[in-house]
Design a protein around this ligand. Structure first.
Ligand code: FMN
Length: 158
């Protein structure tokens, strides 16, 4: 059964956008409905009505979310909506050479959404730019398996 998934992109130099687009294509090929939205200008209301979201974000400035994701994080922190109807996954991009702050941008979203009552499906995908793995290839494969293992059995609703 196809699941409707919204991919939200936080990026500085476009890698997370490319990753989201490849994941979107792979999810569509697997029979799901997938939409990519950049985080620019988005507020907490993007989660209104619930649904399934795949956060796709890099990390900058020693552990922060990218600039285009700052407003969304601030809005969630201020409005603090109840996100009981939200199921989410996280593709976190980072670079292992940053040590302690590796993939903190994605982890920040994970922490915040969980605090607000959303339910995470599966574990985070953490991609290390220093690993030599092509992020969009890894992410596309991961996204299809993520949906198949964690969303399809629930009909995408829980
Ligand atoms: C100035 C700068 C700061 C960064 N800071 C971090 C960091 O604190 N932690 C981390 O894991 N990655 C960090 N990175 C790595 C990026 O998150 C990684 O290269 C990512 O793939 C970039 O994705 P994007 O093009 O979507 O922004 C940093 C990269 C740059 C250029």
């Amino acid at each position: 059964m196809g699941i409707r998934i919204t991919l939200l992109v936080g990026t500085m130099t476009g890698t997370a956008e490319m990753v989201a687009q490849e994941a979107q294509q792979a999810l569509r090929a697997a029979g799901h409905e997938a939409e990519v939205r950049m985080m620019d200008g988005l507020g907490a209301d993007v989660f209104e009505g619930g649904g399934v979201f795949l956060i796709c974000t890099s990390t900058y400035g020693f552990g922060n979310v990218p600039d285009n994701a700052q407003d969304l994080v601030e809005s969630l922190e201020t409005v603090r909506p109840k996100l009981d109807g939200v199921t989410y996954g996280v593709i976190a991009l980072g670079d292992g050479t940053y040590g302690d702050t590796f993939c903190r941008g994605g982890e920040r979203f994970d922490q915040l959404l969980a605090e607000l009552g959303a339910r995470r499906a599966g574990e985070l995908l953490r991609h290390d730019a220093n690993s030599g793995d092509v992020p969009e290839e890894v992410a596309a494969r991961w996204a299809v398996a993520w949906a198949q293992e964690h969303l399809v059995p629930l009909g995408g609703t829980a």
